[in-house]
Design a protein around this ligand. Structure first.
Ligand code: DC
Length: 217
């Protein structure tokens, strides 16, 4: 089990996918699950003040991961969950213990069989505390905003860098300062500053660590 945490836009997904493919492990994007719940809430006209109702919706929902798609109750929501709007709502809702409880327990169930690379905000500290390899990815806010901007532009969303930096700073503050499962760097995590490194180079560092502590090859 390899758990990777870090702030928004640090490149966790890209890196985790490379590591999973290289080592023949499965990949779990825990943030996509929070985004799915945000989409459910938005469609039901619910928000931050309705944590219990949203948790109940989350409990009834089915989230399925295909190799290149996320299905929410059978609907392909891969693109729909990638908007800045939903990222912010996901961050706000993820501060609610009732919602975290539903998703963290589901995530633990998914990874039960082992052989996963999972990434998010609390995978090293809460969801997969026994992971053999723990990683904390960091990058400057400018770099992260630039990375997000390229992703959004590629999917037809126009946002300025300044706007994105503001949104990311707000999301960081919320994700790091919430009382329930905040984003932290656990003491046994390998910290990687991604400045000047390609995703593959970051992935190589993680793979090297994985090979040194396990029998993976
Ligand atoms: O990784 P992401 O940007 O897709 O995550 C969206 C939001 O979901 C993030 O701002 C905080 C929340 N999240 C969380 O609280 N815990 C996780 N393990 C993953 C995501």
């Amino acid at each position: 089990m390899i758990a990777i945490d870090g702030p928004a836009g640090a490149g966790k997904s890209t890196v985790a996918k490379i590591v999973a493919a290289e080592l023949g492990l499965s990949y779990l994007d825990t943030g996509a699950m929070y985004r799915c719940v945000a989409l459910l809430a938005k469609r039901a006209g619910l928000g931050e003040g309705d944590a219990e109702e949203v948790a109940a919706l989350a409990e009834r929902s089915k989230i399925k991961f295909l190799p290149d798609a996320v299905l929410l109750d059978g609907e392909d929501v891969t693109k729909a969950i990638r908007t800045p709007d939903l990222a912010n709502l996901a961050s706000a809702l993820s501060a609610k213990p009732a919602i975290r409880k539903v998703l963290a327990s589901r995530q633990r169930q998914i990874i039960l069989e082992g052989g996963y690379v999972l990434e998010g905000r609390d995978t090293t500290s809460v969801v997969a505390v026994d992971a053999e390899v723990k990683v904390y990815l960091t990058a400057s806010i400018e770099e992260r905003a630039e990375r997000r901007r390229s992703e959004l532009v590629a999917t037809g969303h126009e946002v300025t860098l300044g706007e994105l930096m503001k949104q990311i700073a707000e999301r960081d503050a919320r994700d790091m300062n919430r009382p329930d499962s905040p984003l932290i760097r656990v003491p046994d995590a390998l910290a990687i500053e991604t400045y000047g490194l390609t995703p593959r180079q970051v992935a190589e560092k993680i793979i090297e660590r994985a090979r040194s502590v396990t029998t993976l090859n």
